[in-house]
Design a protein around this ligand. Structure first.
Ligand SMILES: Nc1ncnc2c1ncn2[C@@H]1O[C@H](COP(=O)(O)OP(=O)(O)O)[C@@H](O)[C@H]1O
Ligand SMILES: N[C@@H](CC(=O)OP(=O)(O)O)C(=O)O
Length: 538
């Protein structure tokens, strides 16, 4: 058997029943989910010799099934893709960083990963700024937009330093300039055009990186997510992944992997609108969601997201530099943390991981030896009190009071229908003053309304089984600071308590809460609360 040939066979089955039978009769498995009864089989062991191929042909003819092709496949195909590794903008910000990332990927010889990349460094921000400037600068001035200059310079320099052919991005740089001229001519930047514009970032970073991997002898293949089945809603700038994405992505990536294995290098953040067929984006930081979607689609054993911090931290290090890595989190905790504003993870990214029950590891590409954070379905909560503190600034609070609402049904329905009628979702974007005025005007017909602006939400993510302890300690800290909490709520997922305070008090609150919860021994913490001995450090 040692010199037996291996083949990949694609058959057009008349019905899924037949394919199941064939599946049982042979020792084959089906790597990709069914799509239009077009199945791809691969021998699981070296059994598909020339003789087996002939017998496959005979059985297909007997069952009236078309045998479309039998390709000889590489032995590598036997080894399945094992994980997905996502590298964010800071991890691929320069040629040097790209070299380090390539080295990092190759330092795991037992992994056969799919790689997801974001745009280099601050490219997405620069593309958006260039687009905004193009709206009002006039066609002839487009080539002097500063941000366009930065983008060109960064990508050309990277290509040169990595010694790959500039042709991998030349067409994209040219098209980008044309697009900016188009925006200048039209004098408008629609959400649809914005998404097309920012897509250049990921399209170029992945092309450069794939070319570099090939140059150093690691066979790689570049993919644009919008060409391999990332199907989304048509909500430009904040699109949602649709269910059809999973089988389509699996089919594309596994199909290629089986017939010609090469490390897939996929653009993060991008998709294709199901109605418009135009390029969409998944919201800022959306490459995390690309990675978890691939993880679920391929049923991988791990999803790794590589960042510039040692994992998910106890709070935003930009607010408090003494924040520490959190070693373990549940999907619920991570989702809540992201939803309430921690930039480290995309708010929707935990959904596919949770659905596929695939562990997510958050690691630091600048410090690969740090253990990072492991996010799983469940974890030992026996010692957990507070896991992380998240701050969301510049929140507007609507205080709606009505004595008529007591004992009345339909009151809340009227409140929500006001938002629906005005097409406002309270969470998805910032409202402009005019919209807020409209809401207040409408709600004033049924209640007394106070619009409270410049507030912050401090979310305490942790073990809500110990909510009394958390609240006692938190309120003690806030009272010592002289801060009044204006609203308190417990999230539906039961891992989050949110407090609303004034914007200008919020940072100090987070620092003091961090000191009290994470820089104090837990047993001390319980004792302090029971005996009333504690004092908040400021
Ligand atoms: N709780 C937190 N834990 C870790 N990082 C956080 C947290 N809150 C905010 N951040 C910020 O998130 C950044 C990482 O997220 P992001 O910039 O999206 O990474 P990448 O672009 O590498 O995917 C960190 O550099 C840090 O400044
Ligand atoms: N480049 C996109 C998508 C993304 O996920 O980026 P990052 O991984 O660097 O947060 C953005 O800046 O939003």
């Amino acid at each position: 058997m040692a010199n037996a040939l291996q083949f990949c066979a694609t058959v057009q089955a008349a019905s899924p029943v037949f394919s199941k039978r064939m599946h049982c009769q042979s020792s084959w498995h089906r790597p990709s989910p069914p799509l239009n009864y077009n199945y791809k089989f691969v021998a699981t062991s070296l059994v598909l010799s020339k003789r087996s191929r002939r017998s496959l042909k005979v059985s297909c003819e007997a069952a009236n099934v078309d045998l479309l092709e039998t390709n000889k496949i590489d032995k590598e195909a036997e080894k399945k893709i094992t994980c997905v590794m996502k590298f964010g903008g800071s991890s691929v910000a320069s040629a040097e960083r790209m070299r380090e990332v390539a080295e990092l990927i190759l330092s795991f010889p037992n992994e056969r990963p799919v790689i997801v990349l974001s745009a280099m460094g601050k490219t997405t921000n620069n593309l958006l700024l260039a687009g905004e400037k193009a709206v009002c600068c006039g066609v002839t001035n487009v080539d002097s937009i500063e941000e366009l200059g930065f983008i060109k310079e960064l990508h050309k320099r990277t290509v040169k330093e990595l010694e790959v052919d500039e042709s991998v991005i030349a067409k994209h740089l040219e098209e980008l300039e044309q697009l900016l001229k188009g925006i200048a001519m039209m004098k408008e930047l629609t959400p649809r055009t914005k998404d097309y514009l920012v897509s250049f970032g990921e399209c170029m970073s992945t092309r450069i990186f794939a070319a570099y991997m090939n140059k150093i002898g690691a066979k790689a293949r570049q993919y644009d997510a919008f060409e391999i089945g990332f199907i989304t809603t048509d909500d430009f700038t904040n699109a949602d992944i649709l269910e059809a994405t999973y089988p389509a992505v699996a089919k594309s990536l596994l199909g290629d992997w089986i017939s010609d294995p090469a490390i897939p290098i996929v653009t993060g953040f991008l998709g294709k609108g199901w109605r418009s067929c135009a390029i969409t984006t998944l919201g800022r930081g959306g490459s995390d969601l690309t990675a978890t979607t691939i993880g679920k689609a391929l049923g991988l054993s791990e999803i790794q997201v590589w960042k510039d911090v040692d994992g998910v931290l106890t709070c935003d290090p930009n607010i408090y530099p003494h924040a520490e890595p959190v070693p373990y989190l549940t999907f619920d905790e991570a989702a809540e943390l992201a939803y309430f504003g921690a930039q480290v993870l995309h708010p929707q990214s935990m959904r596919p991981a949770r659905e596929g029950d695939i562990p997510v590891r958050v690691k630091n590409s600048y410090n690969p030896n740090a253990p990072g954070t492991l996010i799983t379905r469940a974890r030992d909560m026996s010692k957990a009190v507070l896991t992380s503190i998240v701050l969301k600034r510049n929140v507007t609070m609507l205080d709606i009071v009505s004595t008529r609402m007591l004992g009345q049904f339909g009151f809340l329905a009227k409140v929500f229908s006001t938002f629906e009628d005005l097409g406002i979702s309270l969470w998805s974007r910032e409202l402009i003053q005019q919209e807020l005025d409209h809401v207040v005007e409408d709600l004033e017909k049924i209640a007394v309304v106070n619009l409270l602006q410049r507030r912050s939400i401090i979310s305490l993510i942790g073990n809500v089984q110990r909510s009394s302890l958390i609240l006692e300690k938190a309120f003690h800290v806030l009272r010592t600071l002289g801060v009044n909490v204006q609203m308190i709520s417990q999230g539906a997922s039961k891992v989050n308590i949110s407090l609303i305070v004034n914007d200008d008090e919020a940072e100090q609150c987070v620092k003091s809460l961090h000191k009290a919860f994470f820089e104090t021994d837990i047993s001390e913490l319980e004792w302090e609360c029971v005996s009333g001995n504690g004092s908040a450090s400021t």
